[in-house]
Design a protein around this ligand. Structure first.
Ligand code: ATP
Length: 352
């Protein structure tokens, strides 16, 4: 049986739009790191808050480690759900030392165990020597590790983190993703992390739950999510992509589009005629005599690659542009004609 189960969870704040969370099903295995990813307002935080018990669902049921914590008949309060929460702004007590901050949730433990556990988790997060400092004497990354240590200290069933990296600058953010994942793995903790940042989600999680307008769009491992997006929303939200309309060929291996015939990575399982495909920009490789060609309209240099916007139609009334990535060593002039191949592994059939 799964470690955490959310069944038919719905929450409507009775605003005019759709429910904040709509009939959500999610199962999480013990030790898994899951991220909820989606644009602002898609229902990620509401979902996290319902798991924590800070928000009550309108309907559905919720189980953590074999115990029902919410259904039609009961609602277990947050402090009895065995969860550890790390908030976006860390919420450390400024007047307490790091050691006291971490020991805060251990008031029911014996003095000896509390001391031992505080030392153990501070060492786990690499701050063994910082117990006597105040939060203001620590960097943002260190404060975050304290917040994580404090959440882990009582050995919760699950750690919940809301936008844990959003207060950090780009360089530190990258390091903290790595550190937080390491700490969670070492502690062998199940974690649910909310983020709107694809890189956060991809670098840290076993599976990513992509949400939009309160509804789960796809749940998959990062690689699969990127290579096989279920629909146009996921394809566009997770990385850049080119969406093309086309007709599936009878052999179910190719799609005829306005830029020509495009090969799929595998035979389509669906027998549709009209289809949409997603082609990732890095799935288009510049070559001397590629099957496809177009005029370069724009070049955006990013240091490690350059992004080309290419128009593929002679007919200027039709806006048929694609974005493709090119290696930086290749000089590409605006207005020149380039030809390219499409790598089938970065092509996917997507639902509308
Ligand atoms: P963000 O990344 O901006 O935090 P989110 O994906 O976490 O967004 P939620 O905070 O879960 O989204 O909000 C989902 C929807 O529910 C939004 O439309 C929001 O306005 C609404 N909402 C959230 N909390 C409340 C509340 N307490 N009262 C009324 N509406 C709410």
């Amino acid at each position: 049986m799964s470690f955490i189960q959310l069944k038919n969870i719905t929450k409507d704040f009775n605003s005019k739009g759709a429910p904040a969370v709509d009939d959500l099903h999610l199962t999480i295995e013990r030790g898994e790191i899951i991220t909820l990813l989606g644009p602002s307002g898609c229902g990620k935080t509401t979902t996290l808050r319902m798991v924590a018990g800070f928000e009550e669902p309108d309907s559905g049921s919720l189980e953590i480690d074999g115990s029902t914590v919410f259904d039609d008949h009961k609602s277990v309060p947050p402090e009895k759900r065995g969860i550890g929460m790390v908030f976006q702004d860390y919420t450390l007590f400024p007047h307490m030392t790091i050691g006291k901050n971490v020991a805060f949730g251990l008031s029911k433990w014996s003095r000896h165990d509390r001391k031992h556990r505080t030392k153990e988790v501070l060492e786990l997060v690499g701050l063994g020597d910082y117990a006597d400092r105040l939060p203001s004497e620590l960097s943002g990354g260190q404060q975050q590790r304290v917040a994580l240590a404090r959440a882990l200290a009582p050995k919760p069933h699950v750690i919940l983190m809301d936008e844990p990296f959003s207060n950090l600058d780009a360089g530190l953010r990258e390091k903290m993703r790595f550190d937080v994942e390491n700490i969670l793995r070492q502690a062998n903790t199940t974690a649910i992390i909310v983020t709107h940042d694809q890189k956060d989600a991809f670098s840290i999680s076993d599976r990513v739950v992509v949400m939009n307008e309160g509804v789960i769009q796809q749940i998959d491992a990062p690689r699969r999510l990127y290579q096989c997006p279920a629909n146009c929303f996921v394809a566009q939200f997770v990385g850049k992509t080119n969406l093309l309309q086309g007709r599936l060929c009878p052999n179910l291996m190719h799609v005829d589009t306005h830029i020509g015939r495009v090969s799929l990575p595998e035979r389509s399982e669906r027998l549709l005629e009209e289809v949409q495909i997603s082609i990732r920009p890095e799935g288009c490789r510049l070559t001397e005599q590629g099957k496809y060609s177009g005029r370069v309209e724009r070049v955006t240099y990013s240091g490690d690659y350059q992004e080309l916007e290419i128009s593929l139609s002679e007919n200027l009334l039709v806006d048929e542009r694609m974005t493709i990535y090119a290696p930086v060593e290749r000089y590409v002039e605006i207005g020149s004609i380039v030809s390219f191949e499409i790598i089938p592994q970065l092509v996917a059939l997507v639902e509308r």
